[in-house]
Design a protein. Structure first.
Lengths: 437, 443
């Protein structure tokens, strides 16, 4: 059986599944329940400065979007950092770490953007025996209005500065948690690295309004008739997170910088995808908040089965294996020609492929052949776009198959050799180069 | 040697009050909002949807289901009523398993079609519960149309004509409007007096006057109708009941299933309806199933449907047969009726021939459900004759009869399959044909 244990920044955990800094990790009671359920580690919910704790709204803190049967697809929150007393949190962190020494215990932190508060709190956390800290530069609501959270994460110079302070004032590994509410995720990651951070974790939540109440015309969740943008997470954000993780993983400036992947991880497969893009651990929140801590059992079993099937003995055996395959569009092989193929035995004749292609794409799928309802690809028109595959309700019914020989659409032979846009005759840069020569 | 008169076991009140309530409650409980949304989400919104093609009234099923998904049940109801003003009843009584749901691609994919009937009911019930009406009458045309029969065909026709601005007089032979919806369909398919509620909902558009107790050939004459009105629509259904012939006997307990159901439907207290301990139902259609299931539900101990043909030829769908079996009815095939056995003027059994063998089933009641027939006497006795075809009124594609100014639809014409939904389609289409004629000034 595969070994799921990880050593991220030297922090050992029995599996790569950590609970992200969030309500599930706000107190000893929850965290111990999580460890009992099998979670490999936690990032304790963000601690603030000593003194009176922050307050939360007393109305709804969450909004959501749903799929069929109210399956939660996206969650939005306007909750702030922990609203419990710092001393209570520190005492509980120490107690839990003592009781569960084999689990990763990371403490998330957010204090004002000045050296002294960071120095102070780091010393307090160190006393608990925690394994590391995560700097919350991601939280996009509430705290950001006070110059913290994503307000820091959106300014690479601040990231670098605070990371540097932290590395100076603690022996603990420092993870910088990044906000996705920026244009180019590589910049804050580079800043974190320059500041000496040991790793980045991403993504934090995305600025969002889940819905607008059409009776009282207020965004949801609505607090006494008003609403504020929240942070979006859950399955809906996974594609965004994967892309941002891949950008950092393949950026020469940050390549090799350890990453803890976050964003919509719901099953073992999601986690494996983040790991394939280089993540050394994954963090989960929404799935646990939706279904409870037990889901980690599926994650552990599923990842283990996958690794056994593939013959991977440890996480490191496949970690980052997808990174070299993430490239720029310009390097994609333009000589790779595919056509859609519809398996007539599987086809249930719903016609969705036809209408998607007919109305919105390339008029390359029939709906009627010899007077009978029949859906078939017209190779002369098919550009291989894959839209029919995506709208087909039957898994495996339509597939994209590479072709050789002559492409019936272009009437030209398919070149078996790789060639991309950089050398394509239609590329203006190629003309310019030729002209220069 | 004569047989001693047997004690006949036919009596009312076989069950306690709760059992009647339970056994005659909704066959398919309606979907609540969440259930409707979950079910609606199963619809693939097919292109050129097969369900829609399979619907005799061509309701835009994918669209109304999508409207339910988008939390717009009133919009869904309008989409349904646009094509079928009896959408509420059809949602309850349509054999969806042989129409839209059979065509559903999910039937092909997984044997579990989208529950179109129940979704249609969700939408139409929502609109009717809110008394939400979608149609206003066009400015009055000053034209008057007579409709004979206030069943699904007649009222669908009347509604569409009223919508187009014509004045409609509906002549109904019975005391109540609704036709088979009121008198013919099993009680458990349409509880809580839905048929009358629907008549009220449909006629709320205005411009429709129903004259109850007016039968063609008895109280009114076709000749007068064609003289007094700009057009006439005949939707009087089938008045005749097919006879068993030589196998029948004049005996107490020999019942016509159509009449028996009609009386049952008009009963307010089911515990007063007598039923035999052992009942044989002869026939293979929906009436046979409806009669058998209701006899069983009234507390009959043994109910047997005896159909002369093989299972696959039975007109009641497999699904209907299944319901009968689940309700405890025995269905036997290949049972050719030979002789009703009576003793002392009382039914004691029924003799059949099955694979050349004589089979006798002892029973207290025999219900005959071997089809209904059109009785042209009222028609031809009240005016010039109208051409019939295979015993029913001949119509063209628009519902025109051989007589000028006279249209027909529903079970009394030969084109149909005796389904409510088909009658509605024919009534609606005839109305449009009449409207075209009236608008062209050809009358």
């Amino acid at each position: 059986m595969a070994n799921l244990s990880t050593e991220f920044l030297g922090i050992r955990s029995p599996n790569p599944f950590w609970l992200a800094s969030a309500p599930p990790t706000d107190k000893q009671y929850n965290v111990e329940r999580a460890f009992e359920a099998g979670w490999g580690g936690v990032v304790w919910k963000t601690l603030g400065e000593a003194g009176p704790p922050v307050v939360n709204v007393n109305g709804p803190r969450y909004g959501a979007i749903w799929g069929a049967d109210r399956r939660l697809l996206g969650l939005n929150n306007i909750e702030l950092i922990t609203d419990r007393d710092l001393e209570v949190n520190l005492r509980e962190i120490k107690e839990v770490k003592r009781k569960w020494p084999d689990r990763a215990m990371i403490v998330s932190l957010m204090v004002p953007c000045e050296e002294e508060p960071w120095k102070k709190i780091l010393a307090r956390v160190e006393e608990t025996g925690a394994d590391g800290v995560e700097l919350n530069f991601g939280c996009p609501h509430g705290m950001s209005e006070r110059g913290m959270g994503s307000a820091v994460g959106q300014v690479p110079e601040y990231i670098e500065m605070v990371a540097r302070w932290c590395k100076q004032h603690t022996r603990m590994p420092v993870i910088v948690k990044l906000t996705p509410n920026i244009t180019d995720i590589r910049k804050p990651a580079e800043a974190a690295k320059r500041g000496g951070a040991d790793a980045v974790s991403l993504i934090n939540t995305i600025n969002s309004i889940t819905a607008v109440d059409l009776d009282n015309f207020a965004p949801e969740p609505t607090i006494d008739g008003k609403g504020s943008h929240g942070g979006y997470c859950g399955p809906a954000v996974k594609p965004i997170a994967l892309s941002m993780v891949s950008e950092i993983a393949r950026n020469p400036e940050t390549h090799g910088l350890p990453i803890s992947g976050i964003g919509g991880v719901t099953t073992w497969r999601d986690a494996a995808e983040f790991i394939a893009l280089g993540c050394g651990s994954v963090q989960v929140c929404t799935a646990a908040m939706t279904y409870g801590f037990k889901i980690v059992q599926e994650m552990i079993a599923g990842l283990s089965n996958y690794m056994d099937e593939k013959g991977y003995e440890s996480i490191e055996d496949f970690r980052g294996k997808a990174v070299p395959n993430v490239t720029d569009w310009q390097y994609l092989n333009l000589n790779y020609v595919t056509k859609a193929r519809i398996d007539q035995d599987l086809c249930i004749k719903c016609g969705r492929c036809h209408i998607a292609c007919e109305d919105t794409s390339h008029q390359a799928i029939t709906n009627m052949v010899d007077g009978a309802r029949h859906f078939e690809v017209i190779d002369e028109e098919c550009v291989g776009c894959n839209m029919c595959v995506n709208v087909c309700p039957v898994e495996g019914c339509i597939s994209m198959e590479p072709i050789a020989g002559v492409d019936p659409r272009t009437k030209k032979p398919v070149d078996p050799d790789y060639a991309n846009w950089t050398t394509h005759p239609n590329n203006p840069a190629v003309w310019a180069k030729e002209a220069a020569e | 040697m004569s047989e001693a008169p047997r004690e006949r076991d036919v009596k009312p009140g076989r069950l306690d009050a709760d059992s009647y309530l339970e056994l005659f409650s909704d066959l398919h409980p309606p979907l609540d909002r969440h259930e409707a949304h979950v079910e609606a989400d199963r619809c693939y919104f097919c292109y050129d949807a097969p369900c829609m093609t399979a619907c005799p009234t061509e309701i835009d099923i994918p669209l109304f289901i999508r409207e339910i998904s988008a939390d717009n049940p009133l919009g869904a109801a309008k989409t349904i009523f646009d094509q079928n003003i009896f959408g509420g009843m059809c949602a309850r009584v349509c054999p969806t398993e042989t129409l839209c749901e059979q065509a559903c691609v999910r039937e092909l994919a997984e044997g579990k079609p989208v529950k179109i009937g129940l979704l249609q009911r969700y939408a139409t019930d929502t609109a009717m519960a809110q008394n939400k009406h979608f149609y206003v009458r066009a400015p009055s045309t000053g034209k008057r149309v007579a409709v004979v029969g206030a069943g699904p065909a007649g009222l669908a026709c009347a509604h569409r004509l009223a919508m187009r601005g014509h004045e409609v007089d509906v002549y109904e032979a019975r005391e109540k409007a609704g036709g088979l919806n009121e008198y013919g369909i099993a009680a458990y398919k349409t509880p809580e007096n839905f048929a009358q509620a629907e008549v009220d909902y449909i006629t709320a558009i205005g411009g429709i006057t129903i004259h109850e107790g007016k039968a063609l050939g008895r109280d009114i004459a076709l000749e007068r109708l064609t003289r007094d009105y700009d057009a006439v629509f005949l939707g009087m259904g089938l008045a005749g009941v097919n006879a068993l012939g030589d196998a029948d006997a004049e005996a107490e307990g020999s019942l016509d299933a159509v009449g028996w159901i009609r009386d049952l439907r008009q009963t307010t207290d089911l515990s007063t309806v007598p039923v035999g301990r052992r009942v044989v139902v002869i026939g293979g259609g929906m009436t046979a199933v409806d009669a058998a299931v209701q006899a069983k539900s009234l507390g009959a101990d043994e109910v047997t449907i005896c159909y002369r043909g093989p299972k696959e030829r039975m007109k009641a769908s497999e699904y209907e047969q299944e319901i009968a079996k689940i309700r405890g009815v025995t269905v036997r095939y290949g049972m050719l009726p030979k002789r009703m056995i009576a003793s002392g003027g009382v039914v004691t059994g029924m003799e059949f021939e099955r694979d050349g063998e004589r089979v006798v089933i002892e029973c207290d009641e025999v219900m005959k459900a071997i089809g209904q027939s059109f009785t042209p006497e009222a028609l031809n006795g009240s005016g010039p004759s109208i051409t019939l075809e295979r015993g029913r009124i001949r119509v063209d594609a628009e519902g025109r009869t051989s007589m000028d100014k006279v249209w027909a639809g529903g079970d009394c014409v030969n084109a149909g399959d005796d389904l409510t939904v088909t009658a509605v389609a024919q009534g609606r289409d005839a109305a449009e044909s009449i409207h075209t004629m009236l608008s062209s000034g050809a009358s």
